[in-house]
Write a new protein. Structure first.
Length: 280
């Protein structure tokens, strides 16, 4: 086990290096990761739609139910791992937990497991394509999945900071709720009445980005640690961008729907009024 000496003051480096993670599979997998992402994008944007062009979309109901439940289990496990560490270290500790031998192995394992979980989530898009749900394969969706994998790999390799731990934990919590929603929605229209809270899931994601950004900025002032510049830049840039993108999605999806429903109600009211006037 490598020996890390806690800094007396915060230090900043472009990349942190953790010898303890060198034995993990995919430790030095930047080339493999690039190949996976290129293959993924080529399939979901070109090969998949072209192959499915003259075919009926697959239902995949049973497969999706199993997949979504597995993702709920994985996200629950990741939430447990994160809370286990954060409850001992504190959400905003004064000293960086990675320098404590008690937490070093746990943090390394957690960042690695989280990274692998993000890779499995690429199946979300594969299933959309096979079901011919092309509207779901939006820029936001693709960016969310590709940048999520790149970001989680960067965290695993170069930054085991307190904000990294906080982000992975809260993100895993939200994914528990998200995949449970997907599971319920896949059971059939009879469960639609229990799923009216979808818009609140988007709000939770927006709140997540705000709290992660605030956590990153505040931890720089409070926690004495070796900070990786690339992850600070990534955290600030991605949380702001994600917040804007999810806000645009919320406005275009839910506010537009609400306006449409309001217009329908107004038209119906006018028709009723006209009929009543005619009957008089």
């Amino acid at each position: 086990m490598a020996d890390y000496t806690p800094p007396e003051e915060s230090t900043y480096v472009w990349f942190s290096h953790y010898d303890d993670i060198k034995n993990y599979p995919f430790y030095d997998a930047s080339g493999t990761l690039a190949l996976i992402l290129i293959t993924y994008l080529v399939f979901v944007l070109y090969v998949g739609p072209s192959t499915m062009k003259d075919r009926e979309g697959f239902k995949l109901k049973s497969i999706l139910s199993i997949y979504n439940i597995l993702q709920v289990i994985i996200s629950t496990y990741l939430t447990y791992l994160g809370l286990e560490i954060l409850l001992e270290t504190g959400v905003l500790p004064k000293a960086c937990p990675i320098f404590d031998p008690k937490f070093r192995d746990k943090i390394s394992y957690y960042t690695y497991t989280y990274f692998l979980a993000k890779v499995t989530e690429l199946l979300d898009t594969i299933f959309f394509v096979l079901r011919k749900k092309y509207k779901q394969v939006s820029f936001l969706h693709l960016y969310h999945h590709t940048s999520g994998i790149i970001g989680s790999y960067i965290l695993f390799r170069y930054s085991h900071s307190v904000t990294c731990l906080y982000f992975m934990t809260i993100n895993s919590m939200i994914h528990v709720i998200m995949y449970f929603y997907y599971f319920m929605s896949g059971l059939g229209p009879q469960y639609a009445k229990y799923l009216s809270w979808k818009r609140h899931l988007t709000n939770l994601q927006r709140i997540q980005f705000i709290t992660v950004l605030l956590h990153q900025l505040y931890s720089l002032l409070r926690t004495k640690c070796e900070y990786t510049v690339i992850t600070i830049v990534y955290a600030v840039y991605s949380t702001i961008l994600y917040f804007i993108m999810f806000t645009n999605f919320y406005s275009s999806t839910y506010k537009k729907s609400a306006r449409k429903n309001k217009d329908v109600l107004e038209i119906n009211d006018e028709e009723v009024e006209a009929k009543e006037t005619k009957s008089l």
